[in-house]
Design a protein around this ligand. Structure first.
Ligand SMILES: NC(=O)c1ccc[n+]([C@@H]2O[C@H](COP(=O)([O-])OP(=O)(O)OC[C@H]3O[C@@H](n4cnc5c(N)ncnc54)[C@H](OP(=O)(O)O)[C@@H]3O)[C@@H](O)[C@H]2O)c1
Length: 262
């Protein structure tokens, strides 16, 4: 299937590693031109070079903290000026700390809102007018399977990401008439640095091995294994494409069957 992504211009936020990087690589393999960002310049630059070398596409990279509206605004403006258009935006950020409610502070909640909700909002504010003007666009938020089925000890993630999926659904209704499609994709347990961080935290809290934590997760997944980032990215790439022309307002898990609801 030709996804029709050649020469489309895509922003992928928080993409120096993990899920964001896999999405950026997937879009580049289909010929999309890329703008990627993260806070740490060295790893971001290395990723941009790897993607460029592997795919031959033009990659613009810029250190950006997605919790800063000013930095997001400047990044979107530079991207659209450099490439002359902007077709696709995938929002993403790091994850909030794993804690039960009783251990959270008001500051943790404010940080979580800034990291996962406000960052997605900043991108939406900047990219939607550009997409509306061209009457074509794809805005895709990376959220979590937690929006379908809250996960113990992740109350910050469970709460704030549900707000992102609510925002995405509302935006999908408002912008459908402009052929701008808005969805969110919900990763299950996927092998990235974030998962290492979560398993290390749980292992030290419970005094068990990392292997024990991973076995517990795996036992809850009908497919009996954790995901590779590319398996998540494949769906995002499809939703970003020309072929995904009638799908909007959805929250789709990529979780090996982890979410128990129908
Ligand atoms: N992996 C999973 O199993 C899983 C499951 C459900 C949900 N998620 C969520 O999906 C998202 C991506 O997860 P991941 O596993 O790919 O995480 P990851 O491997 O830790 O990668 C996070 C990426 O985001 C960047 N980043 C973090 N904070 C940022 C900020 N404020 N501004 C700009 N860039 C920022 C990081 O680079 P810098 O640190 O250099 O900025 C890095 O490139 C997270 O929100 C995570 O909680 C992951």
């Amino acid at each position: 299937m030709d996804l029709g992504l050649k020469d489309r211009v895509a922003i992928v936020a928080a993409s120096s590693q993990g899920l964001g990087r896999a999405v950026a690589m997937g879009l580049a393999r289909e010929g999309a031109k890329l703008a990627i960002c993260a806070r740490t310049e060295a790893t971001l630059k290395a990723t941009a070079e790897e993607i460029c070398k592997a795919t031959g596409v033009e990659v613009f990279s810029k250190p950006v903290d997605v919790t800063s509206h000013d930095q997001v605004r400047a990044f979107v403006r530079e991207t659209s000026e450099r490439f002359g258009r902007l077709d696709i935006c995938v929002t993403n950020a790091g994850g909030p700390p794993a804690k039960p409610f009783s251990d959270t502070t008001v500051e943790d909640w404010q940080n979580g809102v800034n990291l996962n909700l406000m960052s997605a909002l900043y991108f939406a504010r900047e990219v939607l007018p550009l997409m509306q003007k061209r009457q074509w666009g794809r805005l895709i938020a990376i959220t979590s399977s937690a929006v379908k089925q809250p996960i113990d000890n992740l109350i910050l993630s469970n709460s704030v990401r549900a707000a992102v999926s609510g925002m995405a659904k509302s935006l999908s209704n408002e912008y459908a008439k402009d052929n701008v499609l808005v969805s969110n994709v919900c990763p299950g347990y996927t092998l990235t640095a974030r998962l290492d961080e979560l398993s290390a935290k749980l292992a030290s809290t419970e005094g068990v091995t990392l292997q024990k934590i991973q076995e517990r997760w795996t036992s809850q997944i009908p497919m009996g294994r954790l995901a590779q980032p590319e398996e998540f990215a494949n769906l995002v790439v499809f939703l970003a494409s020309e072929r995904s022309s009638y799908i909007t307002g959805v929250s789709i898990p990529v979780d090996g069957g982890f979410v128990k609801g129908v």
